[in-house]
Design a protein around this ligand. Sequence first.
Ligand code: G3P
Length: 217
Amino acid sequence: MKFFIDTANLDQIKEAQDMGILDGVTTNPSLMAKEGITGTDNIMKHYVNICKIVDGDVSAEVISTDFDGMVREGEALAELHDQIVIKLPMIKDGVKACKYFSDRGIKTNVTLVFSPGQALLAAKAGATYVSPFIGRLDDISTDGLNLIAEIRHIYDNYAYETQILAASVRHTMHVIDCAKLGADVMTGPLSSITGLLKHPLTDIGLEKFLADYKKGN
Ligand code: G3P
């Protein structure tokens, strides 16, 4: 499973990249605003800065909600760097724009997906990635992980190549469960990645190994 980090924070992106396990980055307008990155020019520059840190795909979201606007914005974003993936909302014009970009060999990520039917539409439009938001479904007492399982089942039935990018991942168990269910990618905060390191027996075992080494030296 690929690991993407879901943030626009450059320090956190660097930290994950330095671990050697990062496959890409996802962002959205809320994550940009959280880092104080506002205005089209600054946002565009920030995408380029992110691309300079990571080797993999970097999702950059359009804010237009009409086809022409999405195409205009998406083309400008794609020009920024060859790692940019155009992130489009799961609405009718977003599906149409996804087909437009996939026909032209430009990578896409269809976001704000909350049902298997939406994921089916994204695959039919040739999306590179589909982003089901599991945490936000959990927030409203609906099983987000079940959506991953349903999409996996449907995509496998027809060998769709669209990659399931489990989004709105909040913690380590989401990561592990997504891996069990066969999500192709997960995107989450840095804590959902570094949290995977933790086990008390690792710490106790290492402490003992180091203490025993010192005894003999
Ligand atoms: O990847 C989608 C993500 O940015 C949304 O996460 O935690 O705001 O639901 P969250």
